[in-house]
Design a protein around this ligand. Structure first.
Ligand code: S3P
Length: 170
């Protein structure tokens, strides 16, 4: 059983994934953490030392590696994972269930304002410019996320409610 969670930065993939995995008695794997462990460097450092293209290649390889070698898990991907290098096809082919955690632009902006620092793509964007940035970025990415097998509307729901909704869909 492999369940893959996807969604924009700060949509709660890791928090939801951890609780969902423990509820279902599955392992939890966070793709960003996995990359950091393999590289022995933070995502922020990988971006600043090697750049985004290097990170995307690594992300592509690590996604396949995790899906090929691990089973009985909930995998939380990075916000960009489904949107590059045919990764969405890999996810659909190699997972039993894929879930897009959907949140509105204002909700994502509010969360991102508090959690910008560790995220290379948004850390240098002024708070006032975030709504426009997230709006455009999500518009580009949504087409990928929307290919997930299930879409969970997370707006106005707490963590437990989101997890309960996912469990109903599986
Ligand atoms: C990224 C999201 C990050 C991380 C990297 C790039 C993105 O993961 O993979 O900074 O392209 O949206 P989170 O979604 O966990 O922040």
């Amino acid at each position: 059983m492999r369940i893959v969670l996807m969604g924009y930065m700060a949509s709660g993939k890791s928090t939801v994934g951890r609780l969902l995995a423990s509820d279902l008695q599955l392992d939890f794997v966070d793709l960003d953490d996995y990359i950091e462990e393999q590289q022995k460097k933070s995502i922020k450092t990988i971006f600043s030392e090697k750049g985004e293209i290097f990170f995307r290649k690594l992300e592509h390889q690590m996604l396949s590696q995790v899906l090929d070698t691990r089973n009985n898990m909930v995998l939380s991907t990075g916000g960009g994972t489904p949107c590059y290098s045919g990764n969405m096809e890999t996810i659909l082919e190699k997972s039993d269930d894929s879930v897009y955690l959907q949140l509105s632009i204002p909700a994502l902006v509010e969360r991102l304002q508090k959690e910008k620092e560790q995220r290379p793509l948004v850390r240098n964007i002024e708070d006032a410019d975030l709504p426009e940035f997230v709006g455009k970025h999500l518009f580009e990415r949504r087409a990928y996320y929307a290919r997930a097998k299930h879409i969970v509307e997370c707006e106005g729901k707490n963590l437990e409610e989101v997890v309960a909704e996912i469990k109903k869909m599986l």
